[in-house]
Design a protein around this ligand. Sequence first.
Ligand SMILES: CC(C)(COP(=O)(O)OP(=O)(O)OC[C@H]1O[C@@H](n2cnc3c(N)ncnc32)[C@H](O)[C@@H]1OP(=O)(O)O)[C@@H](O)C(=O)NCCC(=O)NCCS
Length: 171
Amino acid sequence: MPEIVVPLTIRPLTHDDLPAMAWYGPPTALAAVAEAIDRAHRGEVDYLAVCPPSGRPVAVGGADYTKPPGAATIWQLSVLESLQSCGIGTLLIHALEDRIRARGLRWAELGVDINAARPQVLYERLGYTVSGSETASWNQESADGTVSLYETQVTLLRKDLQAVPEAPGES
Ligand SMILES: CC(C)(COP(=O)(O)OP(=O)(O)OC[C@H]1O[C@@H](n2cnc3c(N)ncnc32)[C@H](O)[C@@H]1OP(=O)(O)O)[C@@H](O)C(=O)NCCC(=O)NCCS
């Protein structure tokens, strides 16, 4: 199989990136991203983009420093569908963890919808463990533009960012 190496840059997402992000989802989803960029300007969150040499984002995600107390929440992780399962999500999560450590916070938390639980395997592989669950709801936009409130149960996972990783073969 032919193989090429593509250098990737990780940088803050900006409003100028949004026109190139139709892949992310419908207008309501992109509006939530725009709001996150504004929050990054206020210092409440970091919101990062992973870009190939074109400079156009192929993955985004954020770290929210306002909750829960003493920790940060990693959220809105998304990788361009055709580039999923190549390690880009892992790279982005590590970059967000570095930002969280740099803020002096020890814990990273994230949530997985029980109806879309596939990413949980990835998070557990990266050292996150289940810490609880909560009810959550958010607006969802369907293909015809109808917006409805989606309610679900979310599994919460936590990682101690100061823990020393186990060497392979241990445990
Ligand atoms: C979840 C996601 C951010 C991971 O990024 P990624 O670049 O695919 O992840 P990596 O390549 O580093 O790791 C791959 C692992 O992520 C998970 N994963 C891969 N594709 C996925 C998909 N379409 N949806 C959900 N999880 C996926 C799997 O555990 C996968 O491991 P596998 O390839 O051995 O099955 C990305 O797949 C994605 O954007 N999924 C759709 C949106 C989503 O579910 N976001 C997370 C909400 S909590």
